[in-house]
Ligand binder design. Sequence first.
Ligand code: HBI
Ligand code: FE
Length: 293
Amino acid sequence: MADASHVFEAPPPGAGADWTIAQDWSGYSAQDHATWLALYERQMRVLEGRACNAFFDGLKALDLHGEGIPDFERVNETLQKLTGWSIVAVPGLVPDEVFFDHLANRRFCAGRFIRRPDQLDYLQEPDVFHDVFGHVPLLCDPVFADYMVEYGKGGQRAKGRGQLKNLARLYWYTVEFGLMQTRDGIRIYGAGIVSSATESVFSLESASPNRLGFDLERVMRTLYRIDDFQQVYFVIPSLDALLTATLQDFAQIYERLTLASDLAIEAIEPGDLVISRGDQSHAGRGDAAPVRL
Ligand code: HBI
Ligand code: FE
């Protein structure tokens, strides 16, 4: 998740030129591991019937439960065999070009710290639970794994054109807050949702947000907010469709985007496929359905 205010200017002491640091797994306290396990167990109760199969398949393949906070080295052995990806530890948000370079080379940047016990429900900076539980299971899926590589390569190009804000929206509405159409109904694949007990319920069941069919260019015009539940979710038909959409030449899209206006979060446009239209008079965090845990 991006929040520019936490971006360091240069690699902090102890970090390499690529901004990576050692995870220092033996440095976690018993409380840190207990926090991971509490979050893990809560999410497993919430996500049943809500997260997509690819997420559960990845979770099963990686075993992110037994040892508390997972040891990246152990996880990487499996992840590398499956899709060539690995997790690298970073001290916090890293600059965009560093982040993209890692993605393009199949390395996912993960925070190594874990939230405090009084922050179980909400924090803006990505911690190890969000980054590893939220993001890494999908990286076991070959199609999603390729999508993330394409995103990284695209990031490098978008930065060069000064159109990173458009591409960041694609990340936001897919990798972080994406929903997917499946035979069993709409399911979650976005990491910002699967790592949040309350938004997992809200994203699928609340009457307040709009749920719209995914359209690449439309998404890249849509503003987003980082401080509340989303008021619009974009629903992809499949992971294959998402990857295919990013394999086209973005040059023409960027040309059109320079002329197109940004779209408000709650906007519904003439070409939109409206899956459900939200009643936005109830917008906001207060609308969260109570989550019984
Ligand atoms: N750094 N650690 C970390 N995690 C991110 O998700 C991240 C980042 N730096 C930049 C960034 N994301 C953005 O460029 C993307 O969200 C678009
Ligand atoms: Fe994230």
